[in-house]
Design a protein around this ligand. Structure first.
Ligand SMILES: *[C@@H]1O[C@H](CO)[C@@H](O)[C@H](O)[C@H]1NC(C)=O
Ligand SMILES: *[C@@H]1O[C@H](CO)[C@@H](O)[C@H](O)[C@H]1NC(C)=O
Ligand SMILES: *[C@@H]1O[C@H](CO)[C@@H](O)[C@H](O)[C@H]1NC(C)=O
Ligand SMILES: *[C@@H]1O[C@H](CO)[C@@H](O)[C@H](O)[C@H]1NC(C)=O
Ligand SMILES: *[C@@H]1O[C@H](CO)[C@@H](O)[C@H](O)[C@H]1NC(C)=O
Ligand SMILES: *[C@@H]1O[C@H](CO)[C@@H](O)[C@H](O)[C@H]1NC(C)=O
Length: 319
């Protein structure tokens, strides 16, 4: 603290904006909100700007960090071998909602059914992985749809297609599934989930070059500590943040409250089990995208545990 004040006296211009961070993430997700909260409340070093984007924006060097599910992380790692997964923001065991009236009481009953997904995303990976976990690897029809945050949902959205019988089931991130449950009524649906077969690992990414640059790295380490404080609030006292989250994302509060428990807020563990999990997902994506799977060494390089280690050391020192 004293060092910092001294700097401020000698180089007042350095104090302005030097620790500003730009982060890219989809603003239409519950998952991204800790990124904003950390910037607003715990990153006292400077301004955090969250732009509505994705991991694709990391190609723009003015973006320091991005967040997305591992599905997009892997898709972009193919052409951007400098991308690094440095932390987990939230893990979500996605749910699949099915219409009981279509004769569905167990996963195996989804054979021959029409199942909605958000194409090219973690929603699609989830549906395939969940069905495979019950030995169903084909014989069902995938139908494309969009996610929805709040009723009234668009006509091509998954909750509407489910509500009027265009699809018999669908799987995606929340609150779309919750809106699907509400569209048919909780007594008329059955829900499936299996976090071992698939869970969304919504993660934070940067690039090798950003992490190598001491100044940018210092900002990122500070921000990681701000995120850690945020996860504590999200986990321990959701009632302190859920109004704000609902308003920020445009979700109705009762709907948000009913899906809060499905979200396991960070920081998660960047260990061998995570690399194993990512490798399973990559084997699937490589098949679908007709490319070779990443090698174990490539995946180990993708998951960079060094930033978290440094943040932990820094916070011990500060305490
Ligand atoms: C990054 O942040 C700086 C400072 O806050 C801002 O001037 C700049 O426009 C931001 N870049 C993007 C791409 O948002
Ligand atoms: C974020 O951008 C996407 C398009 O990429 C758009 O569909 C969505 O409405 C935007 N979300 C917000 C909250 O502005
Ligand atoms: C990666 O690059 C190839 C070849 O340029 C291109 O066809 C493909 O669409 C790119 N993939 C992504 C996810 O950008
Ligand atoms: C669904 O989306 C995928 C990916 O965008 C596309 O390849 C496929 O043709 C679409 N299916 C239909 C029936 O439109
Ligand atoms: C369901 O709604 C969609 C969008 O409004 C429409 O295209 C479709 O025909 C409807 N299907 C049924 C079975 O009513
Ligand atoms: C969940 O998925 C795992 C991995 O695919 C599988 O071994 C397990 O049997 C599934 N659990 C249930 C309850 O279906």
């Amino acid at each position: 603290m004293r060092t910092f004040q001294l700097w401020f006296l000698i180089f007042p211009f350095l104090h302005l904006q030097v620790l500003a961070l730009n982060i890219s993430a989809s603003a239409s997700t519950i998952e991204h909100t800790p990124l904003r909260y950390a910037g607003n409340h715990y990153y006292d070093a400077d301004v955090v700007t969250v732009i509505n984007g994705s991991i694709a924006n990391l190609q723009d060097t003015s973006i320091d960090l991005a967040a997305n599910a591992v599905t997009q992380g892997l898709k972009y790692y193919v052409n951007n071998t400098n991308y690094r997964l440095i932390g987990i923001v939230v893990e979500v065991a996605y749910r699949l909602v099915a219409n009981k009236a279509a004769g569905i009481t167990k996963l195996a009953d989804l054979r021959g059914k029409r199942i909605g997904v958000v194409p090219g995303t973690s929603s699609e990976v989830f549906v395939h992985k969940l069905l495979a976990s019950a030995g169903v690897s084909d014989g069902y029809t995938i139908v494309n749809g969009t996610y929805c945050l709040r009723e009234p949902c668009a006509s091509n959205s998954l909750p509407v297609q489910f509500g009027n019988g265009t699809v018999d089931a669908f799987g995606a991130w929340e609150p779309s599934v919750e809106l699907g449950v509400r569209a048919l009524g909780v007594d008329n649906v059955i829900l499936f989930e299996n976090a071992t077969a698939y869970r969304e690992v919504y993660s934070l990414y940067s690039t090798k070059e950003k992490l190598r640059d001491p100044h940018t790295r210092q900002k990122i380490v500070k921000y990681i500590r701000a995120l850690d404080r945020t996860y504590q609030v999200y986990k321990a006292t959701p009632e302190k943040v859920d109004h704000w989250v609902a308003q920020t994302v445009g979700v109705d509060l009762p709907v948000l409250r009913s899906v809060w428990k499905n979200h396991v807020w960070g920081p998660g563990r960047l260990d061998k089990a995570l690399v194993d999990f990512i490798q399973h997902e990559d084997e699937y994506l490589a098949r679908v995208d007709k490319r070779r799977p990443f090698t174990r060494a490539e995946l180990e390089r993708f998951v960079d545990t060094s930033v978290y280690k440094e943040a932990r050391r820094a916070s011990v020192k500060q305490a």
